[in-house]
Design a protein around this ligand. Structure first.
Ligand SMILES: [Zn+2]
Length: 195
């Protein structure tokens, strides 16, 4: 099998089985250096404190911004409406509807986790010299940036967003529950066999 650089296509070597001419993707040393340089120049957009307008798939316009404050951090399954955070589940639907109804106006301001951009620190990913002991990473240092999207939408639409998210979240919870139940069943069988 041929080992080829996935970026510049340079031939790097061969590997068994030699009669198989399929390619194995790898990275050559000069491309690794180039990618590290590119990563160090990467400037996330928008920057913390800035806002960037985007058009969502459904045509609605939203604003991307960086969640810096803990209170602004959203997770998948979270919606924040006029500053109040909700985790979307079917059991929380009535409470959400009530809150939405208590807000003034036809529209509501809704925020959700839009994207997460991860910037790797090239210095920490690179090869370390042996004489330098590995640095203990500051747990407070965060290498990823969460982007929230905020938009104004009609209340009925915000409710639909909640329902849709709740359905997906309930399905995720179901899958997790099934998996842990399967694991539990296996454990029980092992115990029975052991006895
Ligand atoms: Zn290369």
């Amino acid at each position: 099998m041929k080992i080829v650089c996935s970026r510049c296509k340079i031939f790097l070597g061969e590997q068994e089985p030699f009669d198989n001419l399929a390619e194995i993707k790898a990275k050559c040393p000069s491309c690794i250096v180039k990618e590290k340089e590119e990563a160090s120049r990467f400037i996330p957009k928008p920057l913390p404190g800035q806002k960037q307008e985007i058009t969502l798939e459904n045509g609605l316009k939203g604003v991307l911004w960086v969640a810096q404050d803990k209170k602004d951090k959203l997770f998948l399954g979270d919606l924040a409406v006029s500053g109040k955070k909700f985790f979307c589940t079917k059991s929380g639907r009535d409470k959400f509807q009530e809150y939405l109804g208590s807000l003034k106006g036809e529209d509501a301001e809704v925020s959700f986790l839009h994207t997460v951009s991860i910037k790797l620190d090239p210095a920490q990913k690179g090869r370390r010299k042996k004489e330098n002991p590995p640095k203990v990473e500051d747990p407070k240092k965060n290498h990823s940036i969460d982007y929230n999207c905020t938009m104004r939408a009609p209340k009925y639409y915000v409710q639909l967003m909640f329902n849709d998210m709740a359905e997906r979240m309930d399905r995720v919870i179901e899958i997790l529950a099934e998996a842990s139940y399967e694991a539990y069943k296996k454990d029980c069988q092992k115990t029975i066999k052991a006895v």
